[in-house]
Ligand binder design. Structure first.
Ligand SMILES: C[S@@+](CC[C@H](N)C(=O)[O-])C[C@H]1O[C@@H](n2cnc3c(N)ncnc32)[C@H](O)[C@@H]1O
Length: 234
C-alpha cells in the first residue's frame, strides 16, 4: 500500500512503553499506519473537525492515544471499549496522557525511574515526554467503557469515525461459538449513523460479509489488511 497522507517519519516518541504505557502481551498498532487510516477515513467523512472517534476493541488504547496526540486538531471526543477489564485500566492510563495531569504523572514516574536506574532509555523517554507535552494544545474528552463488541447494545453517542483493530488469528480469540468480525459488523450497524465511517483492521484470513455496509476501500499491508465502510443507503 502506498501511504498517501502520512510521510515516513520518526515516530519514536510514541513507541509503546516509552511514554505511552505498555503491559506485556497487549497488542499495539503501527503509528504511521494509524495516522494514514485516520486520514483515509477523514477523506470519506462529511465532517472534518470536531470528530467523535470510537474504537470498539480498544485494548490498551495505544492507537487512540497516538491519534489523540497527533490528530488533536480534528478530534473532539474519543471513546474506547473492550471486553477485557485489564486492558481498560491500561486504556484509561494511556488516554490520561492527553491531559496535563496525565503527562505530569507520567513524567514523575519516568523521573523516578531515571533517578533509580540511570538508564539511557528513561532519559530518552523524558525527552520524548517534553515533545509530547507540546502537542497538548486543546483538551479532548475521553471515555473508556466495558462492552462486548459482538453484542447489540446501545451507546450514548453516534461516532463519526470508528477505527478498530480486531483480535487476530482464528475466531477462537473472539470467544468460542461467536460469529467473529461479521457478528461485530451486525452489532456496529445498530450504533453507526448514516455518515459514520468505519475502518476494520484485521488479519488476511478474516473476511467481512455484510448486508448493512458498503465497502469504500480495501488495502493490504504486510500481514494485515484494513477495509473502510459506511452504511448502505436504503
Ligand atoms: C488487536 S487488539 C486491539 C489493540 C488496540 N488497537 C491498541 O492499539 O492497543 C484486539 C482487542 O480486542 C479485544 N476483544 C476481543 N474480543 C472482544 C469482544 N468480543 N468485544 C470487545 N473487545 C474484544 C481484546 O481484548 C483486545 O484488546
Amino acid at each position: 500500500m502506498e501511504y498517501k497522507y502520512t510521510p515516513k517519519g520518526n515516530y519514536e516518541d510514541f513507541a509503546s512503553g516509552r511514554v505511552i504505557y505498555h503491559v506485556g502481551g497487549e497488542p499495539t498498532f503501527p503509528v504511521r499506519l494509524s495516522l494514514e487510516i485516520f486520514e483515509r477515513c477523514l477523506q470519506y467523512s462529511n465532517k472534518k473537525t470536531d470528530l467523535i472517534l470510537y474504537d470498539c476493541c480498544c485494548g490498551g488504547a495505544y492507537m487512540l492515544t497516538v491519534l489523540g496526540l497527533l490528530k488533536s486538531s480534528k478530534i473532539s471526543k474519543i471513546y474506547g471499549s473492550d471486553i477485557d477489564l485489564n486492558s481498560l485500566e491500561l486504556a484509561k492510563d494511556n488516554l490520561g496522557l492527553l491531559t496535563k495531569p496525565g503527562i505530569k504523572k507520567r513524567r514523575e514516574e519516568l523521573d523516578a525511574l531515571y533517578e533509580r536506574y540511570e538508564k539511557e532509555s528513561h532519559k530518552e523517554a523524558l525527552q520524548s515526554i517534553d515533545r509530547i507535552e507540546k502537542l497538548l494544545s486543546k483538551e479532548i474528552k475521553t471515555s473508556i467503557f466495558h462492552r462486548n463488541a459482538l453484542e447489540i447494545s446501545d451507546i450514548q453517542f453516534i461516532p463519526d469515525i470508528i477505527i478498530t483493530d480486531v483480535p487476530y488469528g482464528n475466531l477462537a480469540e473472539w470467544g468460542e461459538g461467536s460469529g467473529g468480525v461479521n457478528q461485530m459488523m451486525d452489532a456496529l450497524s445498530k450504533i453507526c449513523g448514516p455518515d459514520t465511517i468505519l475502518c476494520i483492521c484485521m488479519d488476511k484470513k478474516q473476511k467481512i460479509q455484510t448486508e448493512q455496509f458498503q465497502r469504500l476501500e480495501k488495502q493490504r499491508i504486510g500481514k494485515r489488511k484494513f477495509e473502510i465502510y459506511m452504511k448502505k443507503i436504503n
